[in-house]
Design a protein around this ligand. Sequence first.
Ligand code: IPE
Ligand code: IPE
Ligand code: MG
Length: 252
Amino acid sequence: MAELEYDGFTPEEAAVINRLDRSRLPRHLAVIMDGNGRWATQRSLPRVLGHHAGVETVRFMITACHSLGIPYLTLYSFSTENWKRPEAEVQALMALIEGQLRNELVTMDRKGVYVRHLGRREGLPDSLLQTLDDCEAQTRHNTALTLSFAINYSGRAELLDAVKRLARAGHDAASLTEEDITGAMYLPAHPDPDLVIRTAGEMRMSNFMLWEAAYAEFWSTPAFWPEFRAPQLLAALEEYLRRTRKYGGVTS
Ligand code: IPE
Ligand code: IPE
Ligand code: MG
């Protein structure tokens, strides 16, 4: 049988993919992109150049998830805690995110990518909000890959906003269900992440999707985000497929 090919992967990597049980791949992959600063510092470069280098990995991930048929990809791009960073770095990140969204919009749209914002709007620059709105409006009918950029996002802020929304709607506390809370999240229609990948060797959640990732599998790699490519992604997926997800139950 002819080997299937995958955009963004070498023939050798495609052979690895063809041995995977693709029907069991994660539906929702969420990534804590970390180590841009360390990647740059290691090369005696300013931290901001690490963020620029990380853009290539974002491109790779979009192509890879699209060709693997993973329907939801969420990228943690800027946390509510990241405002603590030096102003110049924050401004550079905002400009980079906005510029890349503008540059890539046509390509993403052509690929069938639905681009969404996950996070609080308040505090973000108007021009970035406008860009996010334009991306969402232009790509809203696309179904191949739903790509969410978590910007000005934290899990606790999202939960707090959800609780406020429910309270404002006059929700009765006694009858509140988990489904009500899920329904009050920023992107309630998205399935929970199945796999959370974190780069740069860290083993923490850093306030990412605390509600949604309750039963996600966690995988970490020492590779810095700008170095993350097919070998790391395939290692993560192979490990994910070896795990048994029990959700508190027992396996026979
Ligand atoms: C991840 O890289 C990007 C963002 C958090 C915006 P970092 O900038 O956190 O890189 P390190 O952790 O300092 O190496
Ligand atoms: C998490 O990375 C946030 C993003 C990837 C956007 P950080 O680098 O901010 O996390 P900590 O500070 O190491 O926990
Ligand atoms: Mg970091």
